[in-house]
Design a protein around this ligand. Structure first.
Ligand code: HEM
Ligand code: HEM
Length: 226
């Protein structure tokens, strides 16, 4: 069973993840209005490219946008979560070995202790983000089952991966739970809001182009500082 879930099932999950994410990108671009959007973006390529980089870059640095500055606590939690969420799945030694074997790409790997620290940071952030979802009146209005699913799908591989590292006496069982929850994450990501892993870049790029071309953002250093 271990051979099956770390072999064929892993490959199937990875294929669903990659193809699913590419499909989301394709549908995003396909859904753009050719008159209102495509023509303007192409015609003003010099402004739109500056707008893309400004918008993405500003959202990737803490405090880089009004959106982050007006919610400092939430911003800290998002960054606390995302250091681990982005770096650990890609650069953990246990993961890079698998990617090398099945995909043939060799990525550098994180030192074990650093990976542990990132994982703990991510888990703390997930728990606090869940608390925020329960106590913030605005979020209580907006919350949907899908939002909880995204938090759960992210929490499970982190919690079981960390337990496999810490609780050596039950290593096999934690690893089994970890690989299955990791695969569930990969399979469901394209169908849930986890698709923001790619769609974040699409929508930020689009808004960056829009503001740089149509709303005077180019006069403010490439884009509005929104
Ligand atoms: C480079 C890739 C990524 C970027 C740029 C990114 C960006 C973001 C942003 C901006 C938000 C906040 C959305 C809001 O305003 O509510 C968010 C939320 C979230 N992200 Fe990511 N993300 C990335 C990758 C990931 C990955 C790989 C995971 C999981 C392993 C993840 C898990 C989450 C979760 C669970 C939330 C929701 C938190 C909540 O419920 O409040 N993200 N992400
Ligand atoms: C899909 C198949 C996956 C497989 C086969 C897999 C495999 C592994 C392996 C072999 C380890 C190392 C355990 C050790 O050091 O002994 C590990 C740890 C870990 N994995 Fe995964 N993983 C998968 C998916 C994921 C995903 C999707 C995430 C996060 C979204 C994740 C997060 C983690 C974390 C946080 C650790 C512990 C890191 C630490 O504390 O140092 N894994 N995984």
């Amino acid at each position: 069973m271990v051979d099956f879930i770390t072999g064929p099932l892993f490959v199937v999950s990875l294929v669903i993840f990659v193809v699913g994410m590419l499909a989301r990108v394709f549908w995003y671009v396909n859904g753009l209005d050719w008159r209102l959007e495509r023509v303007a973006y192409r015609y003003h390529a010099n402004r739109s490219i500056a707008g893309i980089f400004a918008s993405i870059f500003k959202w990737l640095i803490p405090g880089g946008t009004d959106g982050w500055r007006t919610q400092p606590v939430a911003a800290v939690l998002f960054f606390l979560l995302h250091f681990g969420a982005v770096l650990v799945p890609l650069f953990l030694l246990g993961h890079t070995v698998l990617l090398e074997r099945y995909v043939g790409i060799t990525l550098p790997s994180l030192p074990g202790t650093l990976a542990d620290i990132f994982s703990v940071m991510s888990i703390v952030a997930i728990v606090l983000l869940a608390v925020r979802r329960m106590i913030s009146p605005a979020l209580r209005q907006l919350n949907s089952g899908g939002d909880w699913l995204v938090l759960l799908l992210t929490f499970l591989p982190f919690a079981t991966g960390l337990m496999a590292r810490l609780d050596m006496s039950a290593y096999q069982s934690w690893m089994l739970a970890h690989v299955l929850s990791g695969e569930l994450f990969l399979i469901l990501a394209p169908f849930t809001k986890l698709s923001h892993i790619v769609l974040f870049f699409m929508s930020r790029a689009q808004l960056g182009m829009d503001f740089a071309i149509k709303r005077g953002g180019a006069t403010r250093g490439g884009a509005f500082p929104w």
